[in-house]
Design a protein around this ligand. Structure first.
Ligand code: NAD
Ligand code: WQD
Length: 345
């Protein structure tokens, strides 16, 4: 009998890639998504790649009645909770929207897990909880710092909600995955990141500049204390990240946890500068990128990258793809998007 997993936000960037890997690994997938930051066409992409179409419910996780009906009907073995608002800048302008959307959705899920005895949840956390760490690379023992944005604070609070809930509820177990910088796309170029409006993140801005949608990339600062003066991040291929969720889920289903709440850094362990990402993009795409160095972006941290020892040894997961795989797959997706939009125009 296949294990049935609810993927919230499953039509989003990371969720859609995780649904493909879940199906590939023999799970049955149920998606709930309100399409606030994705498109229903992602379902076609998942089905084309994986050869199986997940069950899809289109509603807002804030709709407690609809969520209760889903749990009553679908006998779930676990949840992967991606659904959230994730734009750091927007969270500063609209904090209440972020606290409501990112906290209440988790609480609604936990209420139903307890009511319907669904025991396992994997949560999307973020390295943003570490702020600018004093010591690098970042381990799971690195202290969580005061959040630099309401968005980052919602991730910290969600981790605390999970920590306290597993203590109070005998049958609830949780694993939080602290993602570093997810980039790239599935090799098929049938699913990928769909930034609505002007991209805030580096990779989509690079590929949109490369394809001519943007005039030039602004590189935010070249006076940092790094090898070339630009910021360092731990970029991780979204497919590697997706697979970390399967490993975490199996850890809980297989009763292999050391504690009922665990959290793991999910990065590659390699830091790359902005200019290194640009160089990789130019190498793999064959495109010369138009960019200029401008002032630093408010709120940017200088450098962060993961110590992956604990994820590798304890969780039993490690990344496999390198920066060139990331930039080449991101570019392939951008080119496919242009062709798709041209045929739909
Ligand atoms: P995304 O916006 O592409 O996907 C989120 C999905 O959730 C979207 O499809 C959206 O429509 C849906 N959604 C949002 N609120 C909902 C609600 N109330 N009810 C139902 N559906 C809802 O984002 P992503 O990049 O795939 O990120 C997924 C998760 O990973 C988020 O929790 C995010 O905070 C976290 N994360 C992302 C990054 C990153 O750089 N992308 C890094 C660290 C952590
Ligand atoms: C990466 C680097 C920029 C755009 C954010 C969120 C984090 C997580 C991942 C949700 C930085 C530089 C960027 C541009 C640039 N999201 N850059 N020009 O800021 O590390 O993390 O996304 O959880 O919470 O904070 O990612 O892609 O925005 O920036 O020079 O046009 O690229 O300065 O050094 P970031 P990013």
């Amino acid at each position: 009998m296949k294990k049935k997993i609810l993927v919230t936000g499953g039509l989003g960037y990371i969720g859609s890639h995780t649904c493909v890997e879940l199906i590939n690994k023999g799970f049955e997938v149920v998606i709930v998504d309100n399409l606030s930051n994705s498109e229903a066409s992602a379902l076609d992409g998942i089905a084309k790649i994986a050869g199986e179409r997940p069950t899809f419910y289109e509603f807002d996780l804030l709709n407690a009645e609809a969520l209760d009906k889903l749990f009553k009907f679908e006998k779930l073995d676990g949840i992967i909770h991606f659904a959230a608002s994730k734009a750091v800048g927007e969270s500063v302008e609209k904090p209440r929207l972020y606290y409501r959307n990112n906290l209440q959705t988790l609480l609604n899920l936990l209420d139903n897990m307890v009511k319907y005895n669904v025991q396992n949840i994997v949560f999307s956390s973020s390295c943003t909880v570490y702020g600018q760490p004093d010591i690098l690379p970042v381990t799971e023992q690195t202290p969580v710092q005061e959040a630099l944005s309401p968005y980052g604070n919602t991730k910290q609070i969600c981790e605390e909600i999970l920590r306290d809930t597993v203590k109070a509820e005998e049958n609830v177990k949780a694993i939080a995955l602290r993602y570093f910088n997810p980039v790239g796309a599935h090799d098929s170029a049938l699913i990928g990141e769909l930034p609505l409006g002007v991209p805030q993140n580096l990779m989509p801005f690079i590929t949109q500049t490369g394809i001519g949608m943007r005039k030039e990339l602004s590189v935010f600062g070249s006076d940092y204390d790094t090898k070339d003066g630009t910021c360092i991040r731990d970029y991780i291929h979204v497919v590697d990240l997706a697979n970390a969720h399967i490993v975490a889920l199996n850890r809980m289903i297989g009763e292999n946890q050391k504690a009922k709440y665990e959290f793991f850094n999910v990065g590659t362990g390699t830091g790359s500068t902005v200019l290194e990402v640009i160089n990789s993009f130019e190498k793999t795409s064959g495109e010369k990128l138009n960019y200029k160095i401008v002032d630093r972006r408010e709120g940017d941290i200088e450098k962060i990258y993961a110590d992956t020892t604990f994820s590798n040894k304890e969780l039993g997961w490690s990344s496999e793809k390198n920066l060139d795989d990331m930039t080449s797959s991101a570019w392939k997706w951008q080119v496919a998007l242009r062709e798709k939009q041209a045929t739909e125009a």
